[in-house]
Design a binder for this molecule. Structure first.
Ligand code: SF4
Length: 420
């Protein structure tokens, strides 16, 4: 279904009418979520397999739940990505970013280069540096610590959101430290949060297909929960649209839910569409034609909002993976966060994504306001920053802004079961 066609379906149809057109099975499941229940695996799969009017009902319900639980503001963070090396020996088959060290495009950025890029970001108002790289076999053991130290010494107030669980595993092995000691060391040198990437699908059979050498589920969980317990929050992600089934997705969401109940350390959930074009998985015929962009993605976002209800409040759209227009539509499918400005994004671009590398604050404001919502800058940890005079003037002008762009005949109560 094309995007204009989908947009037409977003007309002001109240939740009750959307629900009335859904199948009995989906209607009952959504009602249970609206009542604050947590669905089991089979019921979650039913939602993730839905189509037609059922998906539209899910989207409307996710939008209502988002409004009830976190309100109408759409947050974003001013950040810059730093991918300090693309040299990697892991060989994930979904990754078009990696290079062997002998390839002409291989790079390792010096600390001086990184500091210059952080300075550029700070000059543009960045509060966060998001830093990840390839797993370079020639990296000195304490490189991650040393990069952190250099950046934090020069820019003490910048938030360092850095090093995936895969990098933490590698860094700990290279230094001979336990995960706890290694993470504690990074924290003492300025690490603020870690990206919950390298999650892909948290199922070892699927991971074996995606990447034989990638961090396994048990280790990913160990590293993330250790970080949380040390006071290092993380994001949570999923990579969808390749060889996974709805049951894999349901189990992934359930695992994240359970981890959040144990630690409370996830700040947000970010569904990431698999970009196939330049990957080995596409070349090898494992993913010939991924699902078309549109309802498939919106169903993923809507199900994420419903199935993580009461566990992870912040659902981030990924403009870099699905493009600006679909990201706007996802704001009415459960999302309350537009992600970051990024400024420099090479992982998705190398894989074939076409949304660009940088979305300015002005562009984020325009995109968010044009769907009737209010953009609000936040920190990495979701503290909302005071709006500037300019954004106050332009951001809260009409009643429609506060209504989230959709009329409703049914009030959804805020979630009844907070997890802590
Ligand atoms: S996803 Fe990360 S670990 Fe895997 S090949 Fe790419 S850079 Fe290496």
């Amino acid at each position: 279904m094309s995007l204009p066609h989908i947009e037409a379906l977003y007309d002001d149809v109240p939740l009750d009418r959307r629900m009335a057109r859904a199948s009995t099975a989906v209607r009952r499941l959504v009602d249970r979520v609206l009542d604050g229940e947590v669905l089991d695996l089979d019921d979650s799969v039913t939602l993730l397999e839905s189509d037609g009017d059922d998906v539209l009902a899910l989207i409307a319900a996710a939008d209502a739940v988002r409004k009830a639980d976190v309100g109408d503001d759409v947050t974003y963070v001013v950040n810059r990505n730093l991918n300090f090396t693309n040299v990697c020996f892991v060989g994930c088959r979904f990754c078009a970013f990696k290079r062997h060290r002998w390839e002409p495009e291989a790079y390792n950025q010096s600390v001086e280069t990184l500091l210059a890029k952080v300075q550029e970001a700070v000059d543009l108002g960045a509060t966060e540096i998001c830093m990840q790289g390839g797993i370079n076999p020639e990296m000195p053991a304490f490189t991650y610590r040393d990069i952190l130290t250099a950046i934090k010494q020069a820019f003490p107030t910048i938030h360092m959101h850095a090093f995936s669980p895969m990098e933490i595993m590698y860094g700990a092995r290279r230094t001979g430290m336990t995960y706890a000691d290694y993470l504690a060391m990074l924290k003492s040198h300025g690490l603020g949060t870690i990206p919950g990437t390298a999650a892909e699908i948290l199922d070892d059979e699927v991971r074996e297909i995606l990447s034989h050498k990638k961090v396994d589920v048990r280790t990913w969980v160990d590293i993330v929960t250790t970080a949380h317990r040390l006071g290092i929050p993380s994001t949570a992600t999923i990579m969808y649209g390749h060889v996974e089934t709805p049951r894999h997705v349901a189990a992934h969401l359930r695992l994240l839910r359970d981890l959040q109940s144990a630690t409370g350390g996830f700040t947000e959930f970010v569904p990431l569409r698999f970009i196939h074009t330049n990957t080995d998985m596409h070349r090898d015929g494992l993913v010939n034609e991924p699902p078309p962009k549109g309802m498939y993605d919106l169903r993923m976002y809507a199900c994420s909002r419903l199935l993580l209800r009461g566990a992870i409040d912040n659902l981030q759209t990924s403009w870099v993976k699905i493009n600006h227009q679909l990201a706007q539509l996802s704001l009415n499918a459960g999302c309350n966060d537009f992600g970051g400005t990024l400024m420099e994004e090479s992982i998705s671009r190398e894989a074939g994504a076409d949304a660009g590398e940088y979305t300015s604050v002005e562009e984020i404001h325009r995109l968010v306001r044009s769907v009737g919502r209010r953009p609000v800058e936040r920190t990495t940890l979701y503290r909302k920053l005071e709006p500037t005079e300019e954004s106050t003037t332009r951001g809260s002008t009409t009643a429609a802004d506060g209504a989230g762009g959709r009329s409703r005949s049914r009030e959804v109560p805020a979630r009844p079961h907070p997890i802590h």
